[in-house]
Design a binder for this molecule. Structure first.
Ligand code: GRF
Length: 202
């Protein structure tokens, strides 16, 4: 099985997945890391691991449709079983999402369905919630609303800032995302009635 990971920046979730695939000897390989920005920091780590990298620069395309079409050609050139969005900061068009239905995952830094969209840690602080976290979900056309695969919870502490909360959540992202991807490549996940069934968790 093969996986293509999409990033836009730092790529720390991508790195966690690459390392888990290596150390846990998954029945899958990371075929490529693709970025919409040439300066994405994570591309360096991927290249250092001998993983193919590619850039499809969003700024080179006049609209979302043409960007998504070009991105799809590059991704499909690696014939992935799974596409993993890891800090990929582009909203994808419905035809693109449809093409990868049931085989594209995303991680969102909140406990969905709370706080979709941007600045999730600020949203959490503003709302005064006492717990926060991250969600791995299948990608559907509705932004940040696909079937949920895994979640991790962290406390919101007195005196937290966006940065301290982000850091606490990120540590958990690096745990749940590799685990969720591994479940997928092991064939444990299915979607029934819009919800994820995990044959390991029962
Ligand atoms: C993560 O918090 C992820 O949940 C969000 O963007 C951030 C990306 O970080 N979608 P990284 O690029 O994986 O380090």
């Amino acid at each position: 099985r093969s996986i293509v990971i999409l990033i836009s920046g730092r790529g720390s979730n991508m790195e966690a997945i690459v390392r888990a695939a290596q150390t846990e000897q998954w029945p899958a390989r990371i075929a490529a890391v693709v970025s919409n920005r040439a300066d994405a920091e994570g591309l360096k780590f991927a290249a250092s691991q001998g993983i193919a990298t590619a850039v499809v620069a969003s700024k080179d395309y006049p609209d979302r449709e043409q960007f998504d079409a070009a991105l799809r050609v590059v991704i499909d050139g690696f014939a992935p079983d799974l596409v993993v969005l890891a800090g990929f900061m582009r909203i994808l068009t419905a035809p693109f999402v449809e093409h990868y239905a049931g085989r594209m995952l995303n991680i969102h830094p909140s406990l969905l369905p709370s706080f979709p969209g941007m600045a999730t840690h600020r949203q959490a602080l503003m709302a005064g919630v006492k717990v926060h976290g991250a969600t791995v979900h299948f990608v559907t056309a509705a932004l940040d609303h696909g079937p949920i695969v895994a979640q991790a919870v962290v406390p919101v502490l007195e005196g937290d800032t966006e940065q301290s909360l982000e850091q606490r959540v990120l540590v958990e992202e690096h745990q749940i995302y590799p685990r969720a991807v591994r479940w997928f490549v092991e064939g444990r996940l299915s979607i029934e009635d819009g919800r994820v069934r995990n044959s390991e968790a029962g």
